[in-house]
Write a protein that binds this ligand. Structure first.
Ligand SMILES: O=P(O)(O)O[C@@H]1C[C@H](O)[C@@H](CO)O1
Length: 317
């Protein structure tokens, strides 16, 4: 049931979900409602896109979403206009260390780009559609190619900390459990009700990454594999890691997939890359545990190489 409120337009439409029915003797049935936030319409997203474009002369066709500790790429963008997420109307806020929370427009390797220096994660409390909202904003800004990066733990024991994994596929644990950024009403102007994602990670871009990686002498630490998205924020148990490895995952992380699904839905081509910031714990005798400081530290050490790879690729698009 929709309820219309006399308030600011962005807050006016509230979806009321009947949750609890309680029979009360002699007084019929009481229905309680819980509130879920209304999704922005196509026009609302157009407004966010128009707002951003009004703040910059740049008109990018390439967007980059920077993972934990990997936002340094946005700092090397030239002739830049940076817009803090807090200035963007109806836009989420970054709450995780290592995610600055700025949209940076400018030039990278001579190409006009927009970089998200900070992404949104489901564990911050955002529904998946909101995590993926920036991708739809990108679409309406004219973005055709999306680069996504993330920090991840290696499930594949032949990988090493500091390896870069080109994403060739993903397993969405939230998706398999019934949650998806496209769940709910389909906006046909973005894409079809049932989009295919078996070709989510563009094979030509992956080949370009391999070629450039070779040129840069990165072959010894470049891998290719399957990223598993989990919900977080707790890291995985040993049993969960063993399960995810059995399922065919090479790396595990808490992001990226919602953005990729939204991008493919609206016809944006995608290149994805994980930085292995830690090996997951698979051994009950291990004395180590994963922590976010280690994730950020490894990000810092390998950030320059990832930046080189991404900017060389962008230069050749
Ligand atoms: O945004 P990404 O996926 O790079 O961040 C990873 C996943 C969690 O947010 C965090 C865990 O350390 O790093």
């Amino acid at each position: 049931m929709w309820l219309y409120l006399r308030t600011a337009p962005a807050l006016r439409r509230v979806w009321l979900r009947p949750t609890v029915f309680q029979a009360t003797r002699g007084r019929g049935v009481k229905v309680y409602f819980s509130m879920a936030e209304a999704r922005p319409s196509y026009e609302d997203i157009q407004k966010i896109s128009d707002f951003l474009l009004s703040k910059t002369k740049h008109r990018p066709k390439i967007a980059v979403i920077c993972g934990s500790g990997l936002g340094g790429l946005a700092d090397v963008v030239e002739d830049q206009n940076a817009i803090d997420y807090t200035e963007i109307p109806n836009f989420p806020r970054s709450t995780v260390p290592g995610h600055k929370g700025r949209m940076v427009f400018g030039l990278l390797a001579g190409k006009t780009v927009v970089c998200m220096q900070g992404r949104f994660h489901p564990y911050e409390g955002y529904p998946l559609w909101k995590v993926a909202l920036p991708v739809r904003v990108f679409k309406l800004m004219g973005i055709e190619t999306l680069f996504v990066t993330n920090a991840a733990g290696a499930l594949n024991s032949s990988f090493n900390v500091g390896d870069i994994m080109l994403m060739k596929d993903h397993i969405s644990m939230p998706g398999l459990a019934g949650d998806n950024p496209l769940k709910g009403h389909n906006e046909d102007r973005f894409g079809p009700r049932f989009p295919a994602v078996s070709d989510a990670y563009n094979s030509e871009l992956r080949q370009l990454a391999r070629d450039i990686g070779k040129e840069l002498g990165f072959e010894s630490f470049m891998q290719e594999g399957v990223y598993v998205q989990v919900g977080g924020p707790s890291y995985e148990t040993i049993a969960e890691c063993k399960l995810l490895r059995m399922l065919g995952g090479d790396c595990v992380g808490m992001s990226t997939v919602p953005e990729v699904i939204a991008a493919r839905h609206c016809g944006i081509r995608v290149f994805g890359m994980s930085l292995v910031t830690n090996m997951v714990v698979m051994d009950y005798d291990a004395k180590v545990t994963v922590n976010h400081e280690e994730v950020l530290e490894t990000g810092k050490r390998r950030a320059q190489d990832m930046q080189k790879l991404v900017s060389k690729m962008i230069g050749q698009l």
